[in-house]
Design a protein around this ligand. Structure first.
Ligand SMILES: [Zn+2]
Length: 116
């Protein structure tokens, strides 16, 4: 029996190629948003500042949350595996300023994998 050509892969490839131009446009918006809102933090993927886009807040314990991604990018990335790198990037930035407790990272990672 002949193996079926993996159709989902083609769909996935098509989906990705359709996303890229959109992300490119959002990065241009991100560039300009920084000019018009200096001092604001921004999404680590598209670069749009929190003045112009809504952050996706990931609460990792009762009192704390973090938001490396905007709601749009968070949705678009689709899976915890795709999102995790941005949380790692944020964690690396935090770690530049102060030593961070490992339990905190564990809590963040857990929250990301739970889709929060
Ligand atoms: Zn974004």
């Amino acid at each position: 029996m002949k193996k079926k050509i993996s159709k989902p892969k083609l769909t996935e490839r098509k989906r990705r190629s359709m996303l890229k131009p959109k992300l490119y446009l959002r990065r241009i918006l991100g560039f300009f948003s920084k000019i018009f809102s200096p001092g604001y933090s921004s999404c680590m993927r598209c670069g749009i500042t929190w003045k112009f886009t809504k952050e996706h807040s990931t609460s990792y314990n009762e009192h704390s949350g973090c938001f490396p991604l905007c709601e749009h990018c968070w949705q678009e990335l689709g899976t915890p595996e795709n999102r995790l790198i941005y949380y790692q990037q944020l964690w690396a930035e935090w770690s530049l300023y102060a030593p961070m407790p490992e339990e905190k990272w564990d809590a963040i990672e857990k929250a990301v994998y739970e889709g929060r």
